[in-house]
Design a protein around this ligand. Structure first.
Ligand code: NDP
Length: 335
């Protein structure tokens, strides 16, 4: 007798989420994607992670973003996601776009970091094993390696596709100039760059004018990470630092969160503006990024299904009015 699947996805899952073409490719991605950088490691509660991932799929979020080093400990986000695939999502593999990356320190010695062919391809094999997959949909170079020829790093990405272990390739944290060079090499290798993953949010606007024009010219899709500034652009920190928040838990990455009085005052003003338009401040921050055509997808994190519910609500009518956009400019200029 066939085992009964533990999870049956909602039949309505494709009714509200908008999908966009990734650059000039044929691949459609959900405008909202879920990343497993934090909250899905062995230090976290597996049942909460599982219900968050399954809730995402029920909301039409078909794209899950991982990397070899996500956890903590490194590797455990992939092994936990692999467990969810086995128990719940395996029947829906063809409805999923699963990404992983290599580029940061993963194992000791000279071959466990950066951008050599040796590291990238060994790491991809390890990621596939941890997730129990034959292939990933997108394999990224997680960061540029100044000491390895770009041709070697791009050659490793192209090889991953040729060997059937990845369908598409992407770049992350590459500067506009590095992106142009890398895209040319990948084009010559017959494996066009699908996507570029970079950090942008209301308090980090540099990429809007530096990177996005390059992505448009190159026909590469953009996916924005940490769009909520790791939680700052939500109501999380409006009344102090909750013990269960990313800052409260003392996550190392929170050294990048600008938890100053001036920032909180801006978030409060954004929150008030969002409320007037019937949105939450998190929705405002997401919809604001979605106004760029080149931003295919906004890649959020979540520590609970409730956060996902909030962030995905109203995604189908994301357009902000000219008045809202002008008001946001005023608030952002007030720092
Ligand atoms: P976000 O800016 O979306 O921050 C997510 C955090 O914000 C959540 O974990 C939660 O924090 C808080 N939050 C989210 N929604 C709400 C809400 N509605 N109300 C209150 N708090 C909320 O993104 P991340 O920084 O998590 O990054 C997202 C993904 O981007 C990563 O998982 C990864 O896939 C990718 N990434 C890629 C990088 C790269 O170098 N390529 C680098 C960093 C991220 P709390 O825990 O406090 O509840």
């Amino acid at each position: 007798m066939k085992p009964v699947p533990a999870y049956a996805p909602l039949l309505t899952r494709y009714e509200t989420m908008p999908y966009a073409r990734t650059g000039k490719s044929g691949l459609l991605l959900p405008r909202l994607a879920l990343g497993l950088w934090q909250n899905f490691g062995d230090v976290d509660l597996y049942p909460t992670g599982r219900s968050t991932v399954l809730r995402a799929f029920d909301l039409g979020i078909t794209h899950f973003d991982l990397a070899n080093n996500y956890g903590p400990p490194p590797g455990t986000a992939e092994s936990n996601f692999g467990r969810m695939l086995r128990s719940d999502l395996a029947p829906f593999r063809d409805e999923l776009i699963i990404a992983t990356k290599a580029g940061y320190r993963m194992w000791p010695g000279p071959y466990g970091d950066l951008g050599s062919r040796k590291y990238l391809l060994a790491s991809l094999d390890q990621s596939l094993k941890r997730m129990g997959l034959d292939y990933v949909d997108i394999f990224y170079s997680h960061r540029p390696d100044p000491a390895t020829p770009l041709e070697e790093t791009m050659g490793a990405l192209a090889h991953a596709v040729r060997s059937g272990k990845a369908l598409y390739v992407g770049l992350s944290n590459y500067s506009p100039e590095q992106t142009t060079r890398a895209a040319a090499i990948l084009r010559d290798l017959g494996t066009p760059c699908l996507i570029h993953q970079f950090c942008a949010h209301m308090f980090n606007r540099g990429p809007e004018t530096s990177l996005l024009p390059v992505l448009k010219d190159e026909g590469i899709g953009g996916i924005v990470f940490s769009p909520l500034a790791q939680g700052l652009l939500t109501t999380r920190y409006l009344n102090g630092v909750p013990a269960d928040s990313r800052v409260g838990r003392g996550a190392e990455s929170t050294k990048w969160i600008q938890l100053t009085d001036a920032r909180i005052a801006q978030v409060r003003a954004l929150h008030e503006l969002a409320q007037k338009g019937g949105r939450s401040v998190a929705q405002l921050a997401i919809h604001w990024l979605m106004r760029h055509d080149t931003v295919t997808s906004v890649l959020i994190g979540a520590s609970s299904p409730a956060q996902l519910n909030e962030n995905a609500q109203g995604i189908e009518s994301y357009q902000l009015t000219a008045e809202e956009l002008a008001e946001i400019e005023k608030i952002l200029a007030s720092s």
